[in-house]
Design a protein around this ligand. Sequence first.
Ligand SMILES: NC(=O)N[C@@H](CC(=O)O)C(=O)O
Ligand SMILES: [Zn+2]
Ligand SMILES: [Zn+2]
Length: 429
Amino acid sequence: MGTWIVNGKMLDGDNRLVNKNILIENGMITSITEPKEGPDNQSDGHERIDAKGQLIAPGLIDMHVHLREPGFEHKETIATGTRSAARGGFTTIACMPNTRPVIDTPETVRYILDKAETEGVVRVLPYGCITDNQLGRELTDFEALKDAGVFAFTDDGVGVQSAQMMKDAMAKAAELGMPIVAHCEDNTLVVGAPVNEGAFSRKHGLKGIPNESEAIHVGRDILLAEATGVHYHVCHVSTEQSVRLIRQAKQLGIKVTAEVCPHHLLLSDEDIPGLDANWKMNPPLRSPRDVQACIKGIEDGTIDIVVTDHAPHSEEEKAKGMQAAPFGIVGFETAFPLLYTHFVLKGKWTLQFLLDRMTVKPAEVFGLSWGTLQEGAAADLTLIDLDTEKEVNPAEFLSKGRNTPFTGWKLKGWPTRTIVAGQVVWSEA
Ligand SMILES: NC(=O)N[C@@H](CC(=O)O)C(=O)O
Ligand SMILES: [Zn+2]
Ligand SMILES: [Zn+2]
């Protein structure tokens, strides 16, 4: 027996919402029909889900998340993190390797894949480390990690400090046809700094993280990508200078792609209300000028995709204050409503534009088979209520993390049901 999703609306590829019914059988989409020919009055033996006029979107894809397992289960687990992802409408997520142990051996890759299979509810793609222990000293065994199931390499959480190490990594990855994904940060430029270098850091007498600490790696790595021919992907772009360098590199035909987080499109350091570590993340909230550059970057295609950089921490850790608390904010359960409300409903982006950057584009950038709704595709989809306004309430999060700067924001565009391979993995109330 299959399931008909009836009374839903799909985007037609050209930003028009059209009424469609979708039949799911054996985890696949087997039919997409006009409602009149659909099963509204038929009882053809299948189950029915009433979409109540809501949007049927391809399951969202998040290529940058921290699930914290193994090693930091007090912050998040694969069980809680994937449920949080599902509540945010995500059906595929790519998890970063800064766990304990880090994902630098086939055993740890297999541990994550097994846990995801048995305890997770969405698809989990593990990244493998570029260097052993993320220490920047020796490359991991790329072939062995690839065979174990990683799809790309990164040391996210820290930047690869040595240019020679990065060049060797890129050469090796290029040979294997795998992407290098980079957290861009020069450690010598950020010592002891918890926030962006700017008005906020000066006002509070804090050391500042300058824009160059990010852009210097972006520039270096673009040159190394040009030399090695690797697919180079830039994590969480936050500065005007990084956007400029990536734009130039793309014009030159260098194989570079990039991602941006909702918070770097919506908040600047001028919005930080005080010394509250729920506003502390890496890269930090930058100046309004940088925010505008990131927006321009995604609008003109310099930046390819949206990711959350979901980075849960415990309340005790975040209570240590702006200087001592760890960097990171949660992201799954607010990402789509934030961008839908602040870009689509304000008329800046079409719904198609936003959805593409959270579905087909991430799939394209990383060569994944998900991200579209079509007959024969996996039945990964998300129902989204585009009309009901609700406040962000961290107490409702399925993540163990409550660390968000968006508490109380009134938003529309809330996912109501998430389906992975035809199975409902989360549904509202
Ligand atoms: N983004 C963050 O602020 N923190 C991330 C690390 C990272 O993505 O660099 C984390 O693991 O907590
Ligand atoms: Zn990072
Ligand atoms: Zn990260």
